[in-house]
Design a protein around this ligand. Sequence first.
Ligand SMILES: [Zn+2]
Length: 237
Amino acid sequence: MLQKKFEHVVLKHYPDALDTRETSIKYLGLLQNGHDIDVSNMLMATSLCSDDINIPSTSFFSVIWGPFFLGGLGGLPYTGLTGLTAFAHHVPDNGTALIFYGPHIGVTLENEVGKMYRPRQEKAGACCGALMLALERFKEDAYVPEIKPEDYQQSYLESLLYPKKEEILNDASPEIKITECTFELIDTMLHDHLKQVKNEFKIDKIVLLGGVVINTDFGIDDYFSVRNFEVIRTRYL
Ligand SMILES: [Zn+2]
């Protein structure tokens, strides 16, 4: 019943979203039947935000080995070329690599976006915390992000989003817009990193599944709105 109520809210903002179970059935099925990929011989990497609330979003891929964590705050692939190279070296022989990636955004039954009720907390809090913090800071006219080694991930994330500040703030839903902009960043960075370390992958195929994770209440399935599903032949990278 609660799941249905959440679905109503989620679909209002993300009409194509599927719950995590439907997502895994659809895409694992496509890999096995449409692309002749043995999903039991796959290693998954994720480029998702560090937030603990994202752990259940990846467990639906439980038949796949992994994950290797490429991501940090906001979901950017902070482990960079070294992390991606290590992941490439860990894929089973004659296996396939899967990279599941994207930003996340919370929703509440009160139809708020960018917020969620976390386990055992009475009040709704920011979700994604990193993106909503960036958004709050962008609302201050004088704020200009500068990269700080002691707060590297957040400051780097803000510096990459900063050129989109006006576009984000002028959108009807800045919370959704900053999340979309972050998807574009992660997607571009991952494709760029893959090109740079392509020779490290000794396998035939790399699968990319990217989109927006939509977090609901604890215990209720999360949702996923797919932005990119791609089976890359490594020799054509
Ligand atoms: Zn987050």
